[in-house]
Ligand binder design. Structure first.
Ligand code: DBV
Length: 238
């Protein structure tokens, strides 16, 4: 079993338990894709659904043996809500593990930050004891992260225990926020929400750190379509 399968199973079970899930289309040929990295088979599996408050929840799970495992899980709320994105980038490469876990904010004003992040702060600090800051981070990406951003390069045992605990904690908190969310009615704020989604989706699609890996595995055409029509689907925002 892959390192991140329990994370995926937990997330799917939580969503099923708390919400009514509707299907979200995965382009033809993208549900499962097999490729080769050196001599190892690599399987990429995609998952997607939506709910009345979430315009897309999707995961990409890459399984290529002990030294290539990825789970990228992102939730895009419906544009009527000012909810953050849920973003998990759980990556295992030959050099070790890279973990990025956050509720990625639409805005940075004090009211927004206090409302969404204050309740999470003590747990963030607790997780950071075992999962310290992972160093070097793209400067331009900082605007997309919250004060509770966990970015760390842990040992394998920590992934199975502390990282999994943090993932459960963040996802559980996020699902509570979704359950409580009330639609925004102010038209100026609604326009700002749409712009924040557009900026985020454009940035992530343009800078996707998995682009190199996917191109090597599955070619340029497959990769660009996957990124721009599924992983970071900007059409949905037009
Ligand atoms: N990252 C994705 C998607 C992936 C994925 C959709 C499906 O956004 C995987 C797969 N992330 C992935 C892989 C690597 C990383 C690394 C394969 C390793 C790339 C390599 O070394 O070859 C956070 N992810 C990273 C890195 C960061 C992030 C900072 C280190 C590489 C780098 O410096 O660019 N996650 C990434 C990020 C945002 C986020 C920048 C946000 C705005 O949520």
């Amino acid at each position: 079993m892959s390192l991140y399968q329990p994370f995926l199973d937990f997330a799917l079970a939580e969503f099923k338990q708390h919400f009514t899930l509707e299907s979200y289309p995965i382009p033809e040929g993208y549900q499962q894709k097999q490729g080769l990295m050196r001599k190892d088979e690599v399987l990429t599996t995609s998952y997607a659904f939506k709910t009345n408050k979430l315009r897309q929840a999707r995961a990409a799970h890459v399984q290529g043996g002990a030294s290539l495992q990825v789970l990228n899980f992102v939730v895009f709320p419906d544009l009527k809500y000012d909810l953050p994105f849920f973003g998990a980038d759980l990556v295992t490469l030959p050099g070790g593990h890279l973990i990025a876990l956050d509720l990625q904010p639409l805005f940075h004003d004090d009211i927004y930050v206090n409302h969404y992040y204050q309740p999470l702060e003590s747990r963030f600090k607790q997780h950071q004891v075992d999962l310290p800051w992972g160093g070097d981070f793209p400067e331009e990406a900082k605007q997309f992260f919250s004060p509770c951003f966990l970015w760390t390069r842990p040992a394998t045992e920590l992934v199975e225990n502390q990282v999994f605990a943090a993932f459960k904690d963040y996802l559980t908190y996020y699902l509570d926020l979704v359950a409580q969310a009330e639609p925004i009615t102010d038209s100026k704020r609604l326009a700002e929400i749409r712009q924040a989604h557009q900026r985020y989706v454009a940035y992530r699609g343009e800078k996707d750190p998995a682009r190199g890996m996917f191109r090597r595995l599955y070619g340029e055409e497959w990769t660009e379509h996957y990124i721009h029509h599924f992983l970071f689907d900007s059409q949905a925002l037009n």
